[in-house]
Design a protein around this ligand. Structure first.
Ligand code: ADP
Ligand code: MG
Ligand code: MG
Length: 248
């Protein structure tokens, strides 16, 4: 479903990804783990099409289509969802309106009907409950003044609402307490349906106790240096990343 081959990405003229190769078949959950600065966020930004992330070599296909040729809105319209390590704040736009506009833009791009105001309200309230956010947050400007944990809950609310075909989650677990971590696991597991794909980027093994991955990949110095089953995450937790940094 997602096929990344020999991806090289430069940021500010410096090559950060240096030939990353990775394939996630439909229905699978893959984890990418790696030390700080190994290029995990760079990988997610490049796949999102964020400005300033220059692909200098390699390919990324989504359902066989050249993902890198699409603009960020088109990627979203294809059903690609990204949850960022540091979610944006949007002053002056109520959370509810921001999310409704984004949802309807995606539906429109897919040739689906817009969600009615009443239907949307019902759905977003249901998802807010699911992720543990109070209704009053939905009326406030998007993410403004939210704690780190509340922003992550907001990311998971959007993911639950958008029901993406493929989700890339960049350190959604960072800074979360144990209950919030379980919530993230619940949202992902509820969406797992044998067709949807997930790329779960994380620094620690904790989240993977809730979301058992089909495969685990180690990113070090801009390359996938090792892949294995779910147990690889435990091995990393024990042995650390040192061995891979040296190998890279
Ligand atoms: P990770 O998410 O694995 O911690 P990142 O992808 O955020 O790693 O960063 C990888 C490397 O790229 C780091 O060495 C970081 O300093 C560098 N980097 C990230 N963003 C920029 C930027 N905008 N300009 C220059 N270097 C950057
Ligand atoms: Mg980091
Ligand atoms: Mg990062």
């Amino acid at each position: 479903m997602l096929k990344i081959d020999n991806l090289h990405v430069a940021v500010g003229g410096a090559e950060i990804l240096r030939g990353a190769t990775l394939e996630v078949p439909a229905g699978e959950v893959h984890a990418v783990m790696g030390p700080n600065g190994s290029g995990k966020s760079t990988l997610s930004f490049a796949l999102a099409g964020r400005e300033g992330y220059e692909v200098t070599q390699g390919t990324a296909l989504f359902d066989g289509e050249d993902l890198l040729a699409l603009d960020p809105n088109e990627r979203a319209a294809r059903g690609l969802f990204l949850s960022f390590q540091h979610p944006l704040e949007i002053p002056g736009v109520a959370t509810m309106n921001f999310i409704r506009t984004a949802l309807n833009a995606q539906r429109k791009a897919r040739g689906e009907e817009e969600v009615s105001a009443a239907d949307f309200l019902r759905r977003i309230r249901e998802k807010a409950r699911l992720v543990g956010l109070s209704d009053d947050k939905l009326k406030r400007p998007f993410n403004v003044g939210f704690s780190g944990g509340e922003k992550k809950r907001m990311e998971m609310l959007q993911m639950a609402l958008f029901e993406p075909r493929f989700a890339i989650m960049d350190e959604t677990d960072s800074g979360l307490d144990i209950d919030a971590l379980k919530m993230v696991g619940d949202v992902v597991n509820a969406l797992r349906d044998g067709r949807r794909g997930f790329l779960v980027i994380t620094h620690y093994q904790r989240l993977l106790e809730h979301i058992r991955p089909d495969r685990v990949h180690v990113l070090a110095a801009g390359r996938i240096v090792k892949s294995g089953g779910a147990d690889l995450a435990h091995e990393l937790e024990r042995a650390g990343y040192e061995q891979f940094i040296e190998a890279a």
